[in-house]
Design a binder for this molecule. Structure first.
Ligand SMILES: Nc1ncnc2c1ncn2[C@@H]1O[C@H](COP(=O)(O)OP(=O)(O)OP(=O)(O)O)[C@@H](O)[C@H]1O
Length: 339
């Protein structure tokens, strides 16, 4: 279980005038501004959940993860990870969590990955069967052997990220924090990392808290979504709940290639005021309609009545579009949800 109660983190940002004169003046007059990176965030993430912690750049995601991993201490409020306050009990917390920071390495820079893993095995006192089981899993999914004896500093970003993800899961942590875990990975490896995280969660009940700007990561890993804006939670709920907040939905249909498209589009837009109809490949039309003014059932009924369709379906709302709209939501209208 991860708990945040009115969690606040403020930073002092020192101001300095432009140029050399400004830098020199700054040495004597320390004017500063307070930046509220995390502005009273509260949430509960039940054990075993896979939650996406998302928000626009600068929304306060990384800072929250730093508070939850004990790297930083809160200015006010508190957080609990597996029953512990991370910054007060750093050692005990470290034993039960794993973390990946896409922009910072957790590995020993001058050592080959294999050596880092052997050190981690000693630090966490990982039993032999657990170590063997996990290494076999990582070898199979992340092709770890291919990293050979190259020191971490000489690995490419993608190679290093494979090692980082594996290292974070080596000791079977109860909670894993993944801050941009697929950064620098190609599509195949992204998929492998997502499979690994889902597999570990399903088998061991690991709680996963993920921050990512990659919609694919969020959609294929997470069942819950927490959205932050300006340091505060603006939405918490299941992925399905989030998708249901879409204000535009879509119906797509195939009507054959012999009918003039322009007439078909006009018929849709006149018959269903407020919809937007566009060609979507040969013989196919996409209809974007406002919700709740129209429902998928009404749009489909219209399509079936006026067209000789071979296929007609309503795809899931586009997660990216939904998130863009929720990112813009002000903190004062935070919606409810589970947790
Ligand atoms: N050490 C620091 N000192 C001063 N300000 C900071 C510090 N760390 C973060 N901030 C500020 O706090 C705010 C939140 O930053 P944070 O890195 O948590 O955002 P984020 O949501 O993770 O962004 P991104 O998606 O770009 O990684 C930003 O305005 C940032 O400039």
């Amino acid at each position: 279980m991860i708990v945040a109660e009115e969690l606040v983190k403020e930073f002092r940002r020192y101001e300095r005038g432009p140029g050399l004169r400004g830098s020199l003046a700054g040495l004597f007059t320390r004017r500063h501004q307070i930046v509220r990176a995390v502005a009273g965030v509260s949430f509960r993430i039940p054990a075993g959940t896979k939650v996406a912690y998302v928000g626009a750049n600068g929304a306060g995601k990384s800072t929250t993860i730093k508070l939850l991993t004990g790297i930083m201490r809160p200015t006010a409020g508190r957080c609990l990870v597996d029953g512990r306050e991370p910054h007060r009990e750093r050692r005990a917390t470290a034993a039960v969590i794993g973390a990946v920071f896409g922009h910072r390495s957790q590995l020993w820079w001058d050592l080959p990955v294999g050596d880092s893993f052997r050190i981690l095995r000693r630090i966490y006192d990982i039993p032999d069967p657990v170590y063997r089981r996990n290494m076999a899993r990582f070898r199979e999914l992340l092709d770890l052997d291919a990293l050979g004896t190259t020191p971490v500093r000489q690995l490419s970003l993608g190679q290093r990220m494979r090692a980082e993800v594996a290292a974070s899961l080596l000791h079977d942590p109860a909670v894993v924090f993944l801050d941009e875990p697929t950064i620098g990975l190609d599509l195949t490896l992204k998929e492998a990392v997502r499979t690994l995280i889902n597999q570990v969660n399903a088998e061991l009940g690991t709680t996963v808290m993920l921050t990512s700007h990659d919609i694919g990561d969020i959609g294929s890993i997470c069942d819950q979504v927490l959205v932050v804006n300006e340091g505060a939670v603006v939405h918490q709920g299941s992925m399905a709940d989030l998708l249901r907040t879409a204000d535009t939905r879509t119906v797509v249909f195939d009507h054959g290639t012999d009918r003039p498209v322009a007439g078909a589009l006009a018929l849709l837009e006149t018959g269903l005021p407020g919809v937007r109809a566009v060609p979507d490949g040969p013989g196919r039309i996409r209809v974007d309609f406002p919700v709740p003014r129209w429902s998928a059932r009404q749009v489909m009924a219209f399509v079936l009545e006026h067209f000789d369709v071979t296929e007609c379906f309503a795809p899931e709302p586009d997660l990216e579009t939904v998130l863009r709209r929720v990112y813009a939501t002000r903190a004062t209208v935070a919606s409810g949800g589970s947790g």
